[in-house]
Ligand binder design. Structure first.
Ligand SMILES: Cc1ncc(COP(=O)(O)O)c(C=O)c1O
Ligand SMILES: [Zn+2]
Length: 407
């Protein structure tokens, strides 16, 4: 089994327990577990960082190989032989020229489009599949908008675990083919991720396969945490952006980055964390609506529509945790039209040479609104997160879908 390259007997993970922030339950991490056994909410990992010297750790990390496993003390894996890796992590952080919509704002783009399987989902699946191996799980399934399925299919293949992926019928063909090419079984179902997820969990109820649905198991979010750890490492304490703008569906990215900054703060490495902003589609914006209405939870969005498959999440599972990440960072959220997303994809490709997914174009498309709404200001540094490659998408088909003239 391919591991980290250099054998490490002990990964020195500081994982202490799994915690439910809804009811306060603490759960033993040594057994497979999905949601909180007491109340059914999401479980998140907790680390014992009291005797980890932050400055020394930072120096050690800098000398390690360039994958997300360099942050091993803050990851849940116990033993290196269980690590299932394709070299994920340390994606480029690129400066962008000023955007007309946001004069005076310094722009950075964190580009996860080049990660294994073409999206940030590699981060979560590498960690979750590694933990699945470590815990002795034998079969895995996931309902997915596409990218998570492709990533699980690849990491499952590499880790020797059979995978079933449940996809909405309207998922782009290259993603369905991507899953199959890694040997996963693909089940296509009508509806959005909400209906597909419910049907998948129903079909798998007695199968013995483990459910890797977003935030219904604790370890994908740990992989996503490395987005925040990398931003910290790449920017340096003094150069951290004022704001991070992130395309939000199920919310694992925001929850993960928020936790990264919390942990860095408790290591004494950070005073001021970036504000986190969710960008959603006008036709499916349950998180942004909850922020605008000031509600404690997130109500399902009726008749969801979005050109970006990953943003088509009408009822995110861990709503309270998503709102906690945004409000706790003093951030916010805004929406973008499908047409603006397609225009932003084209602009990022043609002007900046960066192929982004529709989701990844949404933060760029949102810049004007964020400035008008006073969320970001001239003179600030703003990091736009590109979560996936644009290569599986046809620009001409996207332009037709939003009624725009051929480009
Ligand atoms: C490319 C892309 N961006 C963003 C998202 C939303 O992810 P999150 O769960 O972090 O909100 C997804 C989820 O499917 C995705 O595939
Ligand atoms: Zn609970």
């Amino acid at each position: 089994m391919p591991g980290l390259g250099t054998p490490v007997a002990d990964l020195r993970s500081r994982l202490k327990s799994l915690e439910c922030r809804a009811c306060g339950a603490e759960v033993d991490f040594r057994h497979p577990v999905g949601v909180c056994p007491a109340c059914g909410h999401a479980l998140l990992a907790r680390y014992d960082l009291a005797d980890l010297d932050g400055r020394a750790w930072e120096r050690e990390v800098a000398a390690r190989p360039p994958t997300l496993w360099r942050y091993r003390e803050l990851l849940p894996l116990q033993r290196s032989e269980n690590v299932v890796t394709l070299g994920e992590g340390l994606s480029p952080l690129l400066p962008l020229a000023e955007a007309e919509a946001a004069p005076g704002v310094r722009l950075l783009l964190k580009d996860d489009g080049g990660l294994p399987t073409g999206s940030f989902k590699a981060r979560g699946m590498s960690v979750a599949v590694s933990r699945a191996r470590e815990l002795g799980l034998k079969e895995l399934f996931v309902p997915s908008a596409g990218n998570a399925g492709v990533a699980l299919a690849a990491y499952g293949a590499r880790g020797g675990l059979p995978v079933r992926v449940y996809l909405p019928e309207q998922t782009p063909e290259p993603m369905k083919e991507g899953c199959r090419s890694y040997g996963a079984r693909v089940v296509e179902l009508p509806g959005t991720l909400r209906e597909v997820g419910a049907a998948a969990r129903n079909a798998e109820r007695d199968s013995g396969a483990f459910d890797l649905s977003t935030l219904r198991e604790p370890y994908r979010a740990e992989g996503k945490k490395t987005m925040g750890l990398e931003i910290f490492e790449q920017c340096g304490r003094a150069g951290l952006p004022d704001a991070i703008v992130y395309p939000t569906g199920g919310g694992t990215g925001l929850i993960g980055m928020y936790r990264a900054f919390e942990e860095l703060r408790s290591l004494g490495l950070l005073d001021r964390a970036p504000r986190l902003y969710a960008v959603q589609s006008e036709g499916c914006a349950p998180v942004v609506r909850a922020l605008r209405d000031g509600t404690p939870g997130i109500a399902p969005w009726e008749e969801p529509r979005s050109i970006a498959p990953g943003l088509l999440v009408p009822a995110p599972f861990a709503g309270e945790r998503i709102l906690e990440a945004i409000r706790g960072s003093r951030g916010g959220g805004t929406t973008v039209s499908d047409r603006a997303v397609v225009d932003a994809m084209e602009r990022l490709a043609r002007r900046h040479g960066i192929s982004v997914s529709p989701e990844g174009a949404a933060p760029y498309a949102a810049l004007g609104a964020l400035l008008r709404e006073g969320a970001i200001r001239s003179g600030e540094t703003v990091l736009l997160y590109n979560t996936g490659s644009g290569l599986p998408f046809s620009p001409a088909a996207l332009r037709r879908a939003v009624g725009a003239p051929a480009g």
